[in-house]
Write a new protein. Structure first.
Length: 255
């Protein structure tokens, strides 16, 4: 089994290097566990720097762009690298997450979930909390007092794991019209579901989702703050989804 793990970084060296430092022992533990049970696991970890300033390029970067490709362009760069490795699964990570509250190995948990549920094309860990009110889908947030149906209509794009079959449906590319990342989650879930695959959250695998240091600390040259970014990203998403699915596109997302 081959798992490609892609991490996207932009002007957040410290946070990316910390995340990579957390991922490495997770990979090592997963490989050792699989060997113990007579199975082979190959994990390819790719850290793509998305055009950071010189002093913000992470020491863990394995590839980079000299210019900022925005979120969707950066994720598509990772998908091109992933496709060249012929993986069974692709796990894409933004760098604003923590694994400290995760009491299982997320690589083993998510891949085993997908192997047990062959009709699922995308699975996502549950979020420990909603970092920005009204911006994370509530069914992605873990609650001890609720028993969840794992199958859902939509996931927020934080750290989704894809099967090869789901990425074949997507053509190994997120629609570039959603420049800033907003909208790729709606679009990819519609396309994957309409191809007959399901979307799921694994509520037994937990992560902590932070807010973006790039936008909160004004490290993106195109935006002064988070609010300015949200406004532009929302405008881009509305335009792209309307062009692609019509003015009632939200109905299609949840139908």
């Amino acid at each position: 089994m081959r798992v490609f793990i892609g991490i996207l970084s932009f002007n957040s060296r410290e946070r990316t290097d910390k995340l990579v430092g957390a991922v490495r022992p997770i990979v090592s533990d997963a490989v050792d566990w699989m060997v113990e049970f007579g199975r082979d696991l190959k994990c390819i970890v790719e850290v793509f720097d998305n055009g950071s300033d010189g002093n913000e390029i992470p020491s863990s970067a394995t590839s980079r762009s000299t210019t900022n490709l925005q979120m969707t362009g950066g994720m598509n760069a990772l998908l091109r690298l992933a496709r060249s490795t012929s993986p069974n699964y692709v796990w894409l990570l933004t760098n604003d997450i923590l694994f400290e509250e995760c009491n299982v190995n997320p690589i083993l948990k998510l891949t085993s979930f997908l192997e047990m549920h062959r009709d699922v094309g995308i699975v996502h860990p549950a979020l420990m909390k909603e970092p920005v009110p009204n911006f994370a889908y509530p069914w992605m947030v873990y609650r001890e007092d609720v028993f969840h149906d794992n199958t859902i209509k939509m996931i927020d794009f934080v750290v989704p794991m894809f099967t090869k079959e789901a990425l074949d449906v997507l053509g190994w590319e997120f629609d570039p019209r959603f420049t800033y990342g907003w909208g790729i989650d709606y679009d990819m879930c519609i396309r994957v579901r309409e191809a007959g695959l399901k979307i799921a959250v694994d509520y037994m695998c937990l992560i902590d989702h932070l807010t973006s240091v790039t936008y909160d600390e004004g490290k993106h040259p195109d935006f002064k703050n988070r609010q300015e970014y949200y406004a532009k990203a929302m405008e881009c998403m509305e335009k792209g989804m309307t062009e692609k699915y019509g003015k009632n596109w939200r109905r299609r997302v949840y139908e």
